[in-house]
Design a protein around this ligand. Structure first.
Ligand code: FES
Length: 194
């Protein structure tokens, strides 16, 4: 009796396994590929540009200002300010129109002529001096130096894009040599931070 029951259970188990093996699950419908549609909709929502994107920021995103378009949230006044800042860039002065000044590099023991379209850092580098710098955009103090003529350093240099030195440091004669263009003769101690 027990033996028959065991055989029956075994057969039932075998049949169940076989049935499960051949059973097919409910078919899952594969959704349509909408990725192209999403990309097209997104492309329609941003302005077109006529040139390759720097840094690949977004589809048709950055660069609108350079292309002459007024980007969303930006006013014509801000664009005018940006254009004015570009006009004020001393490096844009042509070489044959640039005035020349005598700059004494105190620690290097030399006085050289530096044009008003050349930074104090660039002029030193042209002499093969290994002067310190990092950002070259007036955003750190790695290149700082001290103008020893006395008074505010902006009597002697024009800082283009100085974002680090405040009025007290300028009053003490400090300068960021990477963005400092001479506007007068001066004496400079390189490697001097406020
Ligand atoms: S190198 Fe950074 S401010 Fe000059």
């Amino acid at each position: 009796m027990v033996e028959t029951l065991g055989i029956a259970l075994g057969a039932l188990l075998t049949l169940t396994v076989v049935a499960l093996h051949f059973a097919q699950g409910t078919e899952y419908p594969i959704p349509d590929d909408i990725s192209q549609e999403v990309l097209e909709r997104r492309a329609e929502s941003v302005p077109e540009t006529e040139f390759p994107e720097p840094m690949n920021r977004s589809i048709g995103g950055g660069g609108a200002v350079a292309a002459g378009a007024v980007a969303e949230g930006e006013t014509e006044g801000e664009l005018a300010d940006a254009e004015e800042a570009a006009d004020d860039d001393p490096s844009a002065i042509p070489d044959d129109e640039a005035e020349t000044f005598e700059v004494e590099y105190v620690k290097e023991g030399t006085t050289i002529e530096v044009k008003e379209n050349t930074t104090l850092l660039e002029a030193g580098e042209e002499q093969d001096w290994d002067l310190p710098y990092a950002c070259r955009e007036g955003q750190c103090v790695s290149c700082a130096g001290h103008i020893t003529n006395g008074g505010n350093s902006e009597q002697y240099v024009e800082h283009h894009t100085n974002q680090m030195l405040g009025e007290p440091e300028l009053d003490e004669g400090y300068t960021l040599t990477c963005v400092a263009y001479p506007v007068d003769d001066l004496s400079l101690e390189t490697r001097e931070t406020p």
